[in-house]
Design a protein around this ligand. Structure first.
Ligand code: FAD
Length: 475
């Protein structure tokens, strides 16, 4: 249980009684109120199987009005609520800690409208990212974000975590592409900021409060998001590189040679790729190298783009920055290469327990922590590897141990966060703070900023019922 593993005490929230369950059955149909242990169990366990809650009740609203009615009641009775989207979050934010009611967005999955000219998509929060992408592609658009969890994660979860992903380099983050949100406050008030305008400077930009607040300030029920045009030409390059210094040189060269068509620049070290190849049997199209780069272009002219990419490959093979590489525009081959990259996050789970870190660092120090941790853990770790979004300064560092141990945990934390702080990085680049990191947040946020966060929480959720034990440190 998370509460025992991390030594957290239950706050004095109300305890769910049979009369509460009966009330929820009058708001939702009976089949949308889950109380059977077997039905509730999956909602209690996170994707990485690190956190486990003790909820006895899952509610599945279908409308904003139902969310509002549920929250109004919970607020009055001081019943704590844990909002859950696709439950792919990696910091334990999406699962309860004690007996919080899980409010699942799984049935709020309707697409409301798409303006093909402006690219504005309006949909409910529980739409799965991949379904949205498939839908907008039929209209010559793409979703502005893409991540390995796209087949399960919800757009509402993406917004609540301010998810970054694989193409942030090109399409920017959600603070730019989200046009509007509809959200429900803890007391049930519906805040309608669901504009689909690109420009709207009428006062405070309230939508930003809900982007990245991980369900602690309000529940996102609807979303308006800008979808860029479907690129006519897509190419992927996969390169073997001798050392990390050369990856940085290659990145600088890619920006100047490929310019506006560069849509992703991802790196992975040898341990990352060999874990995917070994554990998931996904083939590596080139041989074994110390480092790899996956580069993607999105453009409008296939001949022009692939010429540019091939020229880049030839130039950098000659310079020695690329030892070996392959470039392709074949959809199946591109998918295999992306599979190799996107499955790194899950591949290590087969080998044991993973301590996952998601940090931002200045590019020159981007890879520094991986060798440091290898040295620190020694034989206690079966694999320490780094991969991530070089273009955004965001590295994912995974430490695999045969079995969770307090000893390994104490060697890693707070050490890694202290090092990140010394290097002036962020202890959470894109996964959020969730349940796992509130007590480390001070390594990246100053005391006055933390105080303002507490004040905002107090203003928007005075009873603290929304996703307690998450994001904010105990005061
Ligand atoms: P959940 O996991 O269900 O919830 C995440 C948080 O948001 C929780 O705090 C939850 O309470 C809250 N929440 C969910 N829905 C709502 C709502 N409607 N209103 C209010 N609060 C809500 N993340 C990245 O940023 N970039 C990546 O490249 C990336 N790659 C990943 C790859 C894999 C294989 C996996 C498993 C995860 C990856 N993640 C990545 C992490 C995760 O997928 C994202 O954080 C994602 O945005 C979570 O969406 P979700 O719907 O699963 O949310």
């Amino acid at each position: 249980l998370s509460s025992e593993k991390y030594n957290v005490k239950r706050k004095s929230f109300g305890i769910i009684e049979a009369s509460d369950v009966d009330y929820f059955k009058t708001v939702l149909s009976e089949d949308r109120v889950l109380t059977d242990d077997n039905d509730v169990l999956p909602f209690n366990i996170d994707w990485i199987k690190n956190c486990r809650g003790q909820s006895k009740l899952v509610l599945k609203p279908k409308t904003t009005q139902e969310v509002s009615t549920i929250l109004k009641y919970c607020n009055q009775k001081r019943l704590a609520v844990c909002p859950q989207g696709g439950n792919t979050g990696l910091v334990g934010g999406s699962v309860p800690v004690f007996d919080e009611i899980v409010l699942s967005f799984i049935l709020m999955n309707k697409i409301i409208s798409l303006d093909e000219i402006s690219g504005a998509l309006i949909c409910e929060a529980g739409c799965i990212l991949e379904n949205l992408d498939n839908y907008v592609r039929e209209h010559n658009l793409i979703m502005p974000l893409d991540l390995g969890a796209k087949g399960s994660c919800h757009i509402g979860g993406n917004i609540s975590t301010n998810a970054g992903g694989l193409r942030l380099l090109r399409y920017g983050n959600l603070h730019g592409s989200v046009l509007g949100v509809e959200a429900v406050k803890a007391d049930g008030t519906v805040i309608d900021c669901l504009k689909s305008l690109k420009k709207d400077n009428t006062g405070y930009h309230l939508k930003h409060l809900f982007i990245g607040s991980e369900g602690t300030l309000g529940l996102v029920t609807k979303v308006a998001i800008h979808c860029p045009a479907l690129p006519k030409a897509v190419s992927v390059g996969f390169f073997g590189v001798e050392n990390f210094e050369n990856i940085l040189r290659l990145y600088a060269s890619a920006k100047s040679s490929l310019g506006e068509i560069l849509s992703a620049f991802e790196m992975a070290d040898n341990d990352s790729i060999s874990s995917t190849v070994k554990n998931l049997k996904i083939p590596n199209p080139i041989s074994d190298y110390p480092f790899y780069v996956l580069l993607e272009t999105h453009g409008s002219d296939e001949t022009h783009d692939s010429e540019k990419l091939t020229r880049f490959l030839e130039k950098e093979m000659e310079s020695g920055l690329i030892i070996d590489g392959t470039v392709t525009s074949d959809p199946a081959k591109m998918q295999t290469i992306w599979n190799l990259r996107e499955n790194i996050a899950g591949a290590g789970l087969i080998e044991g327990y993973i301590f996952k870190y998601d940090v931002s660092l200045p590019l020159r120090s981007y890879y520094n922590l991986v060798p440091l941790l290898r040295q620190r853990l020694g034989t206690k770790a079966s694999r320490v590897y780094g991969y991530g979004h070089v273009g955004d300064g965001n590295i994912h560092i995974n430490v695999v141990v045969p079995k969770y141990s307090q000893e390994a945990s104490s060697l890693l934390e707070p050490y890694i966060f202290e090092e990140v702080s010394k290097l002036k990085g962020s202890i959470s680049a894109e996964h959020g703070v969730g349940f796992r990191k509130p007590h480390f947040i001070h390594y990246s946020k100053d005391a006055n900023a933390l105080q303002l966060m507490q004040q905002l929480k107090q203003l928007m959720d005075p009873n603290g019922i929304l996703n307690p034990y998450k994001v904010l440190p105990e005061i």
